[in-house]
Design a protein around this ligand. Structure first.
Ligand SMILES: C[S@@+](CC[C@H](N)C(=O)[O-])C[C@H]1O[C@@H](n2cnc3c(N)ncnc32)[C@H](O)[C@@H]1O
Length: 252
């Protein structure tokens, strides 16, 4: 699990800094051990702990950031409140898989267009966040039934509140790995590279021929999409569209 590796990298960085602290002359404010610990954590995270590259700036900033904010004169309740708020939004992310970030308007529009071109059927959004895609889908297609699966309490509650009064949108606080995708005509996901191989296997084992799987930004490794659209948004998001055929199916 990435969170444990991150903790280990920080501890190893601290251990190196402590063992070198007598040998290295102190920098301004005696900060040399902080610099060594941060550099050590960043290096250990890459080797031997093999964390993805984007952990490096996090490790470099973590200890200096911690020391800086610990000097701020704010009450313990503020830190606790901040921790609880972050936990409610980024629930489950400590496992290192899928954090919350939102689809652009261009992604939402592209999904709406793909759905508009199909005969009515059930739609699922896996990891719906605050409903950036699910809510416009429900608004545009009142005759179609949409299930929005979201595990983090904060985004779930926001999505649920936005869905009030829309009988065709169910917001479900559940792990989407437990969902049978065979029930859906269109499945949309905007997740992270960490889960795409597992998700591709699930999609290919469960979705029926003739249905549609759409992934924003992240490809399914080893399974070429039938269409890849580059969208006109700030990130230049790619939308990968799989039109499921009999040849795509894997044995469950
Ligand atoms: C990158 S965000 C995308 C949010 C939204 N779909 C959008 O396009 O704006 C991914 C979301 O998936 C949720 N998520 C990740 N793994 C999940 C799981 N196993 N079950 C349910 N939700 C999950 C996260 O909490 C996060 O809100």
């Amino acid at each position: 699990m990435q969170a444990l590796r991150a903790l280990l990298a920080q501890l190893l960085g601290l251990a190196v800094a402590l063992s070198l602290s007598r040998m290295v002359p102190p920098m301004a404010n005696g900060a040399s051990w902080v610099v060594i610990a941060a550099l050590g954590a960043a290096l250990f995270s890459r080797w031997p702990l093999r964390q993805p590259r984007w952990w490096v700036p996090i490790h470099l900033a973590f200890l200096p950031g911690l020391l800086l904010v610990s000097r701020l004169e704010v009450g313990a309740g503020v830190w606790l409140g901040g921790f609880v708020a972050l936990a409610l939004v980024f629930w489950g992310t400590f496992k290192g898989d899928v954090p919350l970030f939102l689809s652009s308007d261009a992604v939402t529009e592209a999904v709406l267009e793909l759905v508009a071109a199909r005969a009515p059927g059930r739609i699922a959004e896996l990891g719906a966040g605050v409903g950036t895609v699910a809510v416009p889908l429900a608004r545009r297609f009142p005759e179609r039934s949409i299930d929005a699966w979201e595990r983090a309490p904060g985004p779930f509650l926001t999505c649920w509140l936005r869905a009030r009064g829309r009988a065709n949108l169910r917001v479900l606080r559940r792990d989407f790995w437990a969902v049978d995708l065979g029930e859906y005509d269109v499945v949309f996901a905007f997740l992270s590279p960490a889960v795409m191989a597992r998700l591709a296997t699930k999609v290919r084992a469960e979705m029926r021929p003739g249905t549609l799987f759409v992934s924003a930004a992240f490809e399914c490794p080893g399974w070429a999409a039938d269409e890849a659209h580059v969208l006109d948004d700030r990130r230049g998001t790619h939308l990968y569209v799989h039109r499921i055929g009999a040849e795509d199916r894997l044995d469950p």
